[in-house]
Design a protein around this ligand. Sequence first.
Ligand SMILES: Cc1cc2nc3c(=O)[nH]c(=O)nc-3n(C[C@H](O)[C@H](O)[C@H](O)COP(=O)(O)O)c2cc1C
Length: 301
Amino acid sequence: METKVKLGSLELATPIVCASGTFGYGYELQEFINFKAVGAIIAKTITPDPRAGNPPPRIYETDLGVINSVGLENPGLKGFIKEKLPLMRKLPTKRIVSIGGFCTDDYKKCLKTLSDKKGIDAFEINLSCPNLKLKKIVSQSPSLTYKLTRVLRKITTKPLFIKITPEVSDITKIAKAVEEGGADSISMVNTFFSMAINIKTKKPFIGNIYGGYSGKAIKPMSLYRVWKVAKEVKISIVGGGGIETASDAIEFILAGATAVSLGTVNITDPNSSEKVLKGIKEYMVSKKIKSLKQLRGGLIA
Ligand SMILES: Cc1cc2nc3c(=O)[nH]c(=O)nc-3n(C[C@H](O)[C@H](O)[C@H](O)COP(=O)(O)O)c2cc1C
């Protein structure tokens, strides 16, 4: 049975990717994780300078998911290279570094500095953080998405993934801009804008007032967007948003995703990849499918 998948030139042993921000830098939890099940980890987004993140509380749990407003807390480029990368490098899986920023130069600086560093297999460019009080999220504009992707494409020969927001009226326009800009893969989706109010105090539960919603509740919305995009682009898609089980993951593959991302589920079960991969393999056996290619985009509609 073949569980390998390819995202651009990056080959993963399994289709399962641990989503940025929900898995640290991969090494913190390594004693609990069967890395044989993990195709790649995507590290927490880094920015050129260290960031303390947003005011607490930063996480609020709802019945069916999580609102987070971490605000890209990270050690900055220098701190990442010194403290995190040497430990990430030792992980027995593919390592994808997520890059964030507030202007084109931020992204360029991070990518230029990291491009030829050992131990990094690919880059995911986060054009979709919902809780930074930005005037505009880059991936809400097809032209900004295209321009930035094109600029970054020229900086690195390593596989380049662009992570986009679901918060747009037509996500296919953004996905096409990513493809035309020369990226290898689209990561989707990041979180949905959300908030919750404590009616006793009349205050928001989140220090930043609002945050990004993830977890079980967003799965049908994420799945719909992946299906829409998959029909319009030829490059690969890392699809996710609300995946908890093998069945969820298979739905994303049937909708057209090449790989699937596990995010919020890692917070309660860091080894969720193992369970999801096992279920995918069982499904493949039951359907007499030898390769994931036979499953991808297999929705009958
Ligand atoms: C606590 C938390 C922190 C996150 N931090 C990041 C981040 O730094 N960069 C990023 O691109 N996405 C970040 N995300 C979004 C996830 O990577 C993922 O795209 C999103 O949560 C949807 O998937 P899920 O429902 O499986 O969690 C974060 C999500 C959570 C819950």
